[in-house]
Every structure is written in structure tokens, then in C-alpha cells.
Design a protein around this ligand. Structure first.
Ligand SMILES: [Ca+2]
Length: 449
């Protein structure tokens, strides 16, 4: 028993069951390159900031999403007085998991001036809306509110688990993080259900070619079913198992609980999905570039553990019972426990900038509840390692990358027991992730535990 526990707690337990092709790292490992980090304050005074995005146009501007429905610009280190976009009259944020989730610029933004926002809509009972806007013809620092075009409307049965992140892949398609519909324990059974958009990463082409739908379906999405009669006989078992005639063609991957944040490695095209877990474990999933149709296991799995998790009388994982449970889907590359590490994972991104070579290739992530920051990367043997890098007093809410690859992080005092109106919360800030020896003189850094 003792040996088993030691095995389960090892820094990088190698998993050989199920479909996993990699190990799952836990905190306590060592990154292949020595990495030290600090968070330097860039700007503050934001109402529940939840995401940072950069316009791909060489202007160096950062766009900060406030949960209340306002997008603010940081230009030359200063927050502009007038917002880029203000849709607070459309955005519902009556629950801490609702509001404006993200903003992304069209890959050809420089030519077409288009960008996309994802938010919970007041007039549709909190349904998720992804809406295209254009920048104003009069000012590059203003959106044109009259240019709004609805791309997709996503049902949201409960107020929680809305996903949120949107991101353009290297293929130019828009990927959407969509939560499992909410409440708890995936009561709708959405994660494994291919007939719903809930509990998925979706992939759409925002360049719509018909007025009937605000987007096109990429032809190589994994569950696009050709309109032909289904054959029961004369097909192989494998071919038969791949038939999903009622699957939603927008689905890219499934088995997710609440993918609030995910991002692409801009060098390799690999995707990292930070899936917020239920009660016991938080997980980071790794999807090699161009890998479609992956099942990440929810609600049968939470991290590498079965769900519901067998526990002892003290509510701690019963490792003996966990060991023999069946595994479903692809296991994460990193996980951590709610017992002492945190309770709500926030993906930051892979650093690919040229300024800080020691951070190159590491995927960074943090936790909303604990304020900890970790890095994960593969060592020389190909095993994932996870190392704790910081233990702050911040409540992380999101992140984003600048054009030069610098990683920015937001913190807000958005709490479940807090005021319904985000404007009544203590103000949040935007922070820049840098190596500890690169903190500019006199800069304010994140308070540490
Ligand atoms: Ca994004």
C-alpha cells in the first residue's frame, strides 16, 4: 500500500493504461531548463479583467476584456481612457462565471479589421454568443458597434461551466472552449455526447459563405458525416465505430468539463487545454497539432482519476480503489490536487518569445484559488515535468500573449460569494510573466505567500 501511494505521488508517474501515450506530471518535478519567474504589474484599475489579447498589426497594443462587457486598450503602457468596445448593456454577468469571456482578432485583421468576442448574452438568458465586429473606420482604437454580426449562439442550460476562451488556430479556423452546460458532475451527460456542443472544443470557419449560418464547417472536422445512407453490414468494426450520424459537425474534441482557457503553441501548433475539474483534480491536456476527435474523458475521468472519485472517510482519494478503475480517453499531461494545490486551473500559454530564452518552450499555468504558478515541459526522455514556480496572493482569471510572445496574466477579486455587479469588486490588474532576474528596477511584482 505504502509503495503504491509513493508511486501515485511520484513527480512524474508514467501511465500505461488506456489510450495514453504519455506520462502525467504532478507538482514536484524539475523543468528541463532552470526557470524562475516573477509577475510584473503592467496596469491596474480593471473591472474583473479576464483576458488579454494583442492585435496582430505591429502596434503593440494590448486589449483587456473586463467581465462586465468592456474592452480596454493598453497602449505604450497606459490604459486608454475610452474603451475599445463597450457592450455592457448586452452582457449578462449575474454570476461570477458569466460575462465577457474573450476577444480574438481575425488572422487577417490588418486587411479586414475584423475581430470576435465571446460573451453570455443578457437577452438570451445567458446563452453564449460569438459576435464579429469591425474596427471603426475613424479610429483604430475604437470598434464600430454597428458592425456586429452574430457568428454562433451557444446554449447555456446553467449559469456555470460556460467555457470561454476562443482562439484562432494555425489553420485559420476559430476554436471555441465550450463547458459541459453546468451545475455539477455533468448532470446533462454532455462531455461524452457528440450530439451537443456542450463539453467540447468546437472548430468553425468564421468566413461564412451562406446567409443561413454565421460560419462554415471546416471539411476536415472529425465528426462531419457525409450525407449518405448508413450501412450496417459489409463495413469493418473500426469503420462502423467511427460513424456518428447525429454528431454535431462543429466538434473538434470532446470529454471536457469547463475549458475556460486553452492556447496554441505558436511554434508547433500543439494545443494545451486547461480543463477546470470537479472537487478533486485540475488538469492540463495536450493535443498534438492537427489531432482531431480526441476524447479527454469527462465525466468518466477527472485528471487521471475515475469520476466520481472513490474516497476514504476523510474525503481523501482512496488510491487502492482508484488503481483498478477503468480509464476513459486521453489522460492529461499534468494534474494537481484540490487538497493542497488549488481548485481552478488557468492556462497561461507556451512562451515562444525571443526575450527570455530560459522560458522558451515551457507551458505556464496557474490557479485561481491558490495563486500558484507552474510550468510544464518535456524532459530529455520525453516525460512531462511539472514544477511549481511561484506562490502568489493573486486570484488568476485568465491570460494572453502579446505579438512578441510575452505572456500576460489577469487577476480579479471575482469570488463566488462576492457582489453580483462586477463594478463593486475590488479592481483587478494585468501582469507580465518574466524571469525573476529580468524584473525592471522599481517595478511592482505580484505579492507572494
Ligand atoms: Ca483567446
Amino acid at each position: 500500500m505504502k509503495k503504491l501511494i509513493q508511486l501515485m505521488l511520484a513527480a512524474a508517474t508514467t501511465i500505461t493504461v488506456g489510450a495514453a501515450t504519455h506520462n502525467t506530471a504532478t507538482s514536484g518535478g524539475k523543468l528541463p531548463k532552470p526557470v524562475t519567474v516573477a509577475l510584473v504589474k503592467v496596469a491596474d484599475g480593471f473591472v474583473d479583467p479576464v483576458r488579454v489579447t494583442a492585435s496582430p498589426d505591429g502596434t503593440g497594443r494590448l486589449f483587456v476584456c473586463e467581465r462586465s462587457g468592456v474592452v480596454r486598450i493598453i497602449k505604450d503602457g497606459k490604459v486608454q481612457e475610452k474603451p475599445f468596445l463597450d457592450i455592457h448593456e448586452t452582457v449578462v454577468s449575474s454570476f461570477v462565471e458569466q460575462g465577457l469571456y474573450d476577444l480574438e482578432f481575425h488572422p487577417k485583421f490588418k486587411e479586414n479589421g475584423k475581430f470576435y468576442v465571446h460573451y453570455s448574452d443578457m437577452w438570451f438568458n445567458g446563452a453564449g454568443f460569438i459576435v464579429e465586429y469591425k474596427v471603426s473606420a475613424r479610429s483604430p482604437d475604437r470598434a464600430d458597434p454597428e458592425s456586429a454580426r452574430v457568428v454562433i449562439q451557444l446554449p447555456r442550460p446553467f449559469a456555470n461551466h460556460n467555457g470561454g476562451e476562443i482562439a484562432f488556430g494555425p489553420d485559420g479556423y476559430l476554436y471555441i472552449g465550450s463547458g459541459d452546460g453546468g451545475w455539477e458532475g455533468d448532470v446533462l451527460g454532455a462531455g461524452q455526447d457528440l450530439t451537443t456542443w456542450l463539453g467540447k472544443i468546437l472548430r468553425i470557419d468564421v468566413n461564412a459563405s451562406s446567409p443561413d449560418r454565421g460560419y462554415n464547417i471546416p471539411k476536415d472536422n472529425p465528426f462531419v458525416t457525409p450525407g449518405q445512407q448508413m450501412k450496417l453490414f459489409g463495413v469493418s468494426e473500426i469503420a462502423f465505430s467511427k460513424l456518428h450520424p447525429n454528431a454535431k459537425p462543429e466538434i473538434w474534441s470532446y470529454g471536457l468539463r469547463n475549458p475556460w482557457s486553452f492556447s496554441f503553441d505558436r511554434k508547433t501548433g500543439d494545443m494545451y487545454i486547461a480543463d477546470i475539474g470537479q472537487n478533486h483534480y485540475e488538469e492540463i491536456n495536450f493535443e498534438p497539432a492537427r489531432t482531431a476527435g480526441v476524447n479527454y474523458g469527462w465525466k468518466f475521468m477527472c485528471g487521471t482519476h475515475p469520476f466520481p472519485l472513490p474516497t476514504d472517510e476523510q474525503g481523501r482519494p482512496d488510491h487502492a480503489a482508484v488503481k483498478d478503475a477503468p480509464r476513459v480517453g486521453e489522460l492529461p499531461i499534468a494534474e494537481y490536487s484540490h487538497v493542497d494545490q488549488g481548485n481552478c486551473v488557468m492556462g497561461f500559454g507556451v512562451y515562444r518569445g525571443s526575450k527570455y530564452p530560459q522560458m522558451e518552450g515551457t507551458y505556464f499555468f496557474g490557479d485561481w484559488g491558490s495563486g500558484k504558478v507552474w510550468g510544464t515541459a518535456r524532459d530529455a526522455k520525453g516525460n512531462w515535468q511539472m514544477e511549481e514556480l511561484l506562490n502568489t496572493k493573486l486570484m488568476f482569471t485568465g491570460a494572453g500573449e502579446a505579438e512578441d510572445g510575452t505572456i500576460y496574466v489577469t487577476n480579479a477579486h471575482a469570488n463566488y460569494g462576492g457582489p453580483v455587479d462586477p463594478a463593486k469588486n475590488e479592481r483587478g490588474a494585468v501582469w507580465m510573466l518574466v524571469p525573476r532576474d529580468k524584473v525592471p528596477k522599481g517595478a511592482e511584482t505580484a505579492p507572494l505567500e
